[in-house]
Design a protein around this ligand. Structure first.
Ligand code: NG6
Ligand code: CA
Length: 508
């Protein structure tokens, strides 16, 4: 009997070896004998290409973000799909261009979930490969399927599209409901003080930013004049849920603690953590430890706060012995904006800082600063530090991460750029469709093409050039990264080439 068992065990061992071998040939990166790496996406909200010292900022210092850039691959042509949040977040999770989904635009806090629960996502793919999956931070992809009762479990949401654990803010820091939601339930809700939320009308007797400016500690500039929470007027109306309301100044610490706890609790099994910070989106509410520290007003202060948070999070990975087995992808969901609806000194105290760096435009823009963002991959001991000018996009992460962990899942618009992300190759994408508030443009090689669009050239509220023009625009980004010289009429062949390729993907 014993001998038979030994034979049996030996046979299994041989089978395992053989299957390892064939897997190895197929994928190269992770063999069955190696523990699969943890994957962490650190995703900033509205951090611009020029907001980090590693990307050229001289007026602000971001040592912890820079450490990722200096120890990893720092991409200089790394893109979000979109110049606003919801569509970029849709794409990073689904590997699908957001303009394929008509609902992928800036969502109110009451919008239904816009990811189909049958859709493949990064966390679902990783669940299939045995990963624990968690999200901490900003969601902004909708919740529920229509009429949400915030006093019941809200679903479908992150848990239904691949996350085992979710601790989120529903939409944005400036939108109601201003509460955290843990696995679909409002955290800390007192059942005797139910929450009501509306984006249509106020609840009787509730103060608003419009009617009660005397109750606000931060003044609204445009929009943002509905319900007041913690002295800050928000978008949308909310009543009740007093005990569950978040503290804005503690949000960074709060999410950090959740992210650290997640890492500690899941370190024995491969995990994926999508850590979506809220900075430097409005309202900018630095913890008092950081208030005034940048000399640039709250926008600079929350960038310093976020930098500190990232340093603390990295320390946790290090102390838990996980750094050598964790791939970190750091990026931002869209380009920068200085005044996004509140008087918060961001404009007055900006000084010589240029959040867009040398790029044109910003958040909401089809010019490059709308979508070209800081983009870094970091893996201690595995990635050789380098700067890469390969064209990469967040939409590529699904297929690339699948290749990393040995899954054959792919995303509809997601390219396998694993070797580029690991710094072994410089062969990025050839082309990329860019999106800004439902308009699209095209990048191919060094060239950027913006079709004609009606609408204002500049959004005066936020003071950003949107890219709208009656003419086609064509720029050579290698020679003219600031998109100053429109070459459409002097280079009609290039223009036609880009229009044709663009239309093939985008449809006419
Ligand atoms: C806009 C808001 C802006 C910001 C943005 C979403 C107004 C006037 N402006 O509608 O402040 O919240 O939506 O930003 O309400 S994003 O980064 O989540 O896309
Ligand atoms: Ca954003």
């Amino acid at each position: 009997k014993i001998i038979r068992r030994n034979y049996f065990q030996a046979a299994i061992a041989i089978l395992l070896l053989v299957s390892c071998k064939s897997k190895e040939e197929k994928t190269t990166t992770v063999t069955e004998t190696e523990k699969k790496p943890n994957i962490v996406f650190i995703y900033m909200d509205d951090l611009g290409y020029g907001d980090m010292s590693a990307y050229g900022a001289t007026e602000i210092s971001t040592p912890n973000m820079d450490a990722l850039a200096e120890g990893g691959v720092q991409f200089t042509n790394g893109y979000a799909t979109s110049a606003t949040c919801t569509p970029s977040r849709y794409a990073i999770l689904t590997g699908r261009y957001p303009w394929r989904n008509k609902d992928a635009k800036i969502l109110p806090g009451t919008a239904p979930l816009i990811i189909d629960t049958k859709q493949m996502t990064v966390p679902k793919m990783l669940q299939e490969e045995g990963y624990s999956t968690g999200i901490v931070g900003k969601w902004h992809l909708g919740l529920g399927s229509g009429m949400v009762d915030w006093n019941e479990r809200v679903s479908p949401g992150p848990n239904e599209v691949g996350f085992d654990y979710s601790y989120i803010l529903a939409a944005t820091q400036d939108r109601v409901p201003t509460v955290y939601i843990k696995d679909g339930r409002v955290d800390g809700l007192d059942p005797n003080d139910p929450i009501e939320v509306s984006y249509k009308k106020n609840f009787e007797g509730e103060p608003t930013g419009l009617d009660n400016p005397e109750l606000t500690t931060m003044k609204w500039h445009h929009g943002h004049n509905n319900s007041i929470v913690n002295g800050i007027p928000r978008i949308g109306f909310m009543k009740g849920g007093e005990a569950a309301k978040w503290s804005d100044v503690d949000m960074a610490d709060h999410f950090l603690a959740k992210a650290q706890q997640y890492v500690k609790e899941h370190k024995n099994k491969p995990f994926f953590l999508y850590y979506a910070l809220q900075q430097p989106h409005v309202p900018r509410t630095p913890h008092p430890r950081f208030a005034g520290k940048s000399g640039m007003g709250p926008r600079g202060d929350v960038i310093l706060e976020a930098d500190w948070v990232i340093g603390e999070f990295m320390k946790t990975l290090e102390n838990e012995g996980l750094l050598e087995n964790t791939l970190i992808v750091f990026s931002s969901d869209n380009g920068p904006v200085v005044n996004d609806g509140y008087y918060d000194d961001a404009v007055e105290k900006l000084g010589d800082h240029t959040p867009s760096g040398h790029l044109r435009g910003g958040k909401y823009s089809l010019f490059d600063a709308g979508t070209r963002v800081p983009f870094i991959t970091y893996w201690k001991g595995k990635i050789t530090p380098a700067k890469s000018d390969a064209l990469v996009c967040q939409v590529d992460l699904l297929t690339s991460m699948a290749a990393l962990v040995g899954s054959d899942r792919t995303g509809e618009d997601s390219k396998n750029l694993l070797d580029v992300f690991l710094g072994k190759s410089n062969n990025g994408r050839e082309q990329l469709v860019l999106e800004a508030t439902s308009r699209t443009a095209f990048r191919k090689g060094d060239w950027a093409m913006i079709p004609p669009y009606k609408g204002a050239a500049i959004n005066k509220w936020v003071n950003i050039e949107l890219g709208n023009s009656n003419e086609y625009q064509l720029y050579n980004l290698a020679k003219d990264p600031s998109q100053r010289e429109n070459l459409a009429s002097s280079n009609p062949e290039k223009l036609q080439e880009l229009i044709a390729d663009f239309q093939e993907i985008r449809g006419k």
